[in-house]
Design a protein around this ligand. Structure first.
Ligand SMILES: Nc1ncnc2c1ncn2[C@@H]1O[C@H](COP(=O)(O)OP(=O)(O)O)[C@@H](O)[C@H]1O
Ligand SMILES: [Mg+2]
Length: 287
């Protein structure tokens, strides 16, 4: 069953002004329990706007958002429940750290949920360890941390709410390659250990191929493609029309095939490509 569904969402910014802008033009999608879904699309296609509808931060002009089958617009309680169960991590979430200590920042969400001190303490400690920072950090000021550490603290604040659906808007933006890979690994680990659904936006087609099971491609306020990584990435021409590239490793693969190397199915990740090339070489007897 889908944990979260959106039905024909329509949303415009600055309604009734000369700056009116249709940002979602009838978006429908289902998000299933435990899956990792990537949302991709060029800048301005509506990705962030869609994400902010998924936890009720923005309210659709029309259409519906269902969490476990119930409309989040049906009552105040339903909306509140959604805010706590669908954890949204903004782009550059570290810009929203504001408390005097890391502890207080991570505790902010659980506190709002009305949990008792013991439970809050347990969650803060478990969240900081989850993002691979020691408990020594809890007493520090968030402003004394490095960029990558701040990002992890901000994400820990969302994880401490133990959301059944975790949403991240460009989680790896601005991180160096090591920081980026560490964070992608954390996201997968959260998904595996909790069984939570993860929805993330990325403009990096390689990152998407490495962790997502499903990909939604947005353009001009609508979903243009929705399928597995293979299904979506095999449509190179369509992706190019939508202003997107296939991953570098995929371009390399397509190039090798054109040059006459019969490598079988197209690969989308470096790991897959290495395996495929090694097996090709060993079949030829010179690997
Ligand atoms: N706060 C805002 N006010 C007015 N227009 C906005 C605002 N935020 C986004 N938009 C517009 O809505 C459209 C979708 O934006 P957004 O959801 O941020 O796209 P993406 O995240 O894919 O880059 C764009 O045309 C953008 O300019
Ligand atoms: Mg965005």
């Amino acid at each position: 069953m889908s944990v979260l569904s959106v039905k024909n969402l329509i949303y415009g910014y600055s309604k009734g002004t000369p700056f009116e802008k249709g940002a979602l033009k009838g978006v429908s999608a289902d998000f299933n329990e435990g899956e990792i879904v990537a949302v991709i699309g060029h800048t301005g296609s509506g990705k962030s706007t869609l994400l902010q509808h998924l936890n009720g931060l923005l309210k659709a002009d029309s259409g519906d958002v269902l969490l476990n089958g119930e409309s989040i617009y049906s009552s105040k309680d339903a909306l509140r429940n959604c805010r706590f169960n669908v954890g949204l991590c903004f782009q550059y979430p570290e810009q929203q750290l504001f408390e005097s200590t890391v502890y207080k920042d991570i505790a902010f969400g659980p506190k709002n949920m009305g949990l008792d001190e013991t439970e809050i303490d347990k969650r803060v400690r478990s969240a900081i360890s989850f993002v691979k920072l020691s408990e020594d950090y809890l007493d520090k000021s968030p402003f004394d941390l490095s960029g990558g550490e701040k990002r992890r603290v901000a994400i820990a604040g969302v994880l401490a709410m133990e959301p059944g659906v975790l949403i991240l808007d460009e989680p790896t933006a601005g991180l160096d390659p090591v920081g980026k890979n560490d964070l992608l690994r954390l996201i997968v680990e959260y998904n595996k250990t909790t069984g939570s659904t993860v929805i993330f936006v990325s403009h990096n087609m390689d990152d998407v191929a490495s962790i997502a099971q499903r990909v939604l491609v947005m353009s001009d306020g609508g979903i243009q493609l929705d399928g597995t990584v293979e299904e979506v990435y095999s449509q190179g021409e369509r992706l190019a029309e939508l202003g997107l590239d296939v991953p570098e490793i995929t371009s390399l693969f397509i190039g090798l095939k054109k040059a006459g190397y019969d490598l079988g199915k197209t690969e989308y990740t470096v790991d897959g490509a290495v395996k495929s090339i090694l097996s090709y070489l060993s079949e030829r007897g010179d690997g």
